[in-house]
Design a binder for this molecule. Sequence first.
Ligand code: PLP
Length: 406
Amino acid sequence: MSIDVVAARSRFPALSRLVAGNRAIYADGPGGTQVPESVIDAVSGYLERGGSNLGGPFVTSEETARVVAGARGAVADLFGATSGDEIAFGQNMTSLTLALGRALARTWSEGDEVVVTRLDHDANVSSWMQAASESGAVVRHVDFDRETGTLDPAAFDAVLSPRTRLVAVTHASNAIGTVVDVAEVAARAHDVGALVFVDAVHYAPHGPLDVDAAGSDFLAASAYKFFGPHVGALYGRSELLAGLDAVRIRPAPSDPPGKWETGTQSFESLAGVTAAVEYLEGLGEGATRRERLVSALEATRAYEAELSRRFLDGIAAMGHVRCYGIPKPAGRTPTFAVAVESMSPAAVAARLGSQGIFVWHGHYYALEVMAYLGVLDSGGLVRIGFVHYNTPDEVDRVLEALDDLG
Ligand SMILES: Cc1ncc(COP(=O)(O)O)c(C=O)c1O
């Protein structure tokens, strides 16, 4: 099973966009991916048919209930969860994580400990710092290896203790692409009785997720990073979602997953979430949606490793470009943080942008990563990120553009 990139690309209207006469290159996937036409149709179809809030005795409200249930089931299959009841939606991953942090803080007390890493996006750092400060818990940091870009699960041993209540760890870094052995981290965390929160926002479009294999008690992702609309999704183990005291208003549902969803959801976006999952499963093979999703994302991983190899080989030959993180395709996503000699990251991104090559610059909210690499105060780094709709030719065009800066 392999990815048919030509067929996949033809599904995405945005990919045919021209900038200054050039075909645009979307190397900004880690900041948000483009969507296939079927997602656009699902969003507009919901609005066209007539939308409604939940709970009314009429057809549009009943349809909305089916849209919500459909999206829960689709994301449960994407995450490898048992049931859609384990999936709550929200505006984005950050708002869901902040809300979970407030709920967990109610169960912590003075002197409890929370572990975060320096490889994480700030949503998976600050949310827990705030929860800790509300409860008197202490925050412990785990460093990654600056030279290799890896995060060794054994590094958690130094900070884990019987007082550890939560370990928050990313599945993959949105800054330097490192994939973390979350299962190994979770095993260590569970050994001391801590809960595990996995940030799968960056990892989700790059490989199969499996909440059980990852050892996650909670796992969050965002559909706009996996070819869907702007919606966040949170998985929690059923007994935790049921037992914890969510921050909610009085008439809101008291049972999960509804109790974790504040106010009215973006139903049109949830229709789009299901379509995004269906797009992904269409890239794979198998008897069930789950099997098709796993096969699609395994094929994605293999295809993207080739893009990584091409990019890393090209960069290695350029004296004026430094690439941070793991220097080989294994153990990383095709997300590269680079610095160009004598040019600010903002200037590099602007130069590439003027040629229709979309890349991010700065810290992309990975504050700890940038501070630890010593580049936070000098404008961060340029982030070049590929997904399965990018091609080897696009990688070459990005490499040529970088070469021209030397
Ligand atoms: C790894 C990672 N975690 C969390 C977030 C925050 O996600 P959201 O924008 O859904 O709040 C991002 C967004 O870039 C991310 O890349």
